[in-house]
Design a protein around this ligand. Structure first.
Ligand SMILES: [Zn+2]
Length: 112
């Protein structure tokens, strides 16, 4: 597990791309937590310390390492942040290309 984290976080340059690709890796690596979350009586389990949370129950029982949950949540947050910034970047690119297109149209119609 330590290898998984160090290889994905020690190379800032390609980190973003790796994390995008890593989404499946995260799911796979933490499949046990995902499985617990689906057993949880809370829909869309946030692993919060609520009575009845299956994930928290496993931690209390000692069958799940609390640090694993922390790592999972950190990676998920980072993943969400990266996806959001990538989406924003694409929106900006699209807006720019629309602007270029409209300028070209103006030029073609000589309406500028
Ligand atoms: Zn839960």
């Amino acid at each position: 597990m330590a290898d998984f984290f160090s290889t994905t976080t020690d190379t800032p340059g390609i980190r973003e791309l790796q994390l995008i690709d890593c989404d499946d890796g995260i799911r796979h690596t933490f499949a046990d937590i995902d499985a617990l979350a689906t057993q949880c009586r809370f829909n869309n389990c946030k692993y919060l310390a609520k009575p009845g949370c299956a994930v928290q129950h496993s931690i209390a029982q000692g069958t799940l390492d609390a640090r694993r949950l922390t790592n999972y949540q950190k990676l998920n947050e980072e993943q969400a942040r990266n996806s959001a910034s990538l989406k924003e970047k694409r929106t900006q690119e699209r807006q720019f290309s629309n602007m270029v297109k409209s300028v070209k149209t103006l030029k073609a119609n000589k309406t500028y």
